[in-house]
Design a protein around this ligand. Sequence first.
Ligand code: GUN
Length: 283
Amino acid sequence: MTAQLIDGNALSKQVRAEVAHRIAELKARGVQPRLSIILVGDDPASQVYTRHKVNDSTETGLAATLERYPADLSEADLLARIRALNADDSVHGILVQLPLPRHMDAHRVIETISPAKDVDGFHVASAGALLVGQPGFWPCTPYGCMKMLESIGFGLRGKHAVVIGRSNIVGKPMALMLLQKNATVTICHSATPDLGAFTRQADVIVAAVGRRNLVTADMVKPGAVVIDVGMNRDDAGRLCGDVDFEGVRQVAGWITPVPGGVGPMTRAMLLVNTLEAAERATA
Ligand code: GUN
């Protein structure tokens, strides 16, 4: 048996086309959806990510502005700028690229963003809304994983989902989203002994740790859905996930590749959240 591929590139294209359509509708009633991105310092990866976010936005009809500040910007000045954007009705989404320079308290910075504009879904109000099943913004990576499961028509009700990783931006929200769809959810992490004993029971595995070859074929139940959130480099410097793709694809029913899986979906869901923010603000 060879797993079917869940193609994040193809699915993200569909999502972006839907977003573009809804943006056109907003524009037809005089609303220009707008995303403000703040980048502090010159971290090379952050520069690439924020450039992608701007390009993705403009391609779908969102107006995106990237504000760049030097690494020695004071936290007080950053908070003042965020408050000004909170008060600006023409801005619907605010994203502060992480990591921030060490002299800043990232938590305080994120909490300063208005929850109504928190398109990353990182604010405690967004996390709390997800916890209790209220409308809010879902973090883009787990949201994209849910879209992937939806795209293959995988009914989660009563299924056992094993999430490996407990970060605030992937593992924990992922578990809550799966729970909301009536899956039975197990969260595994670095202190979990015998990870395979858990994953072998899983109908769905979401690997979000950041360790290459964490999930191998012997750890996967035949036919299971395997979603790989990992972003690592192999010995040859090639991008790879947390899952031994070649081995696991022989056992799994569905699998996401790296690259071309969760990554493009994460990018697409930021556009969905920003559109959603604009629609809510102007409804
Ligand atoms: N740094 C790496 N990924 C992200 C992300 O999704 N959002 C923000 N704000 N910073 C990041």
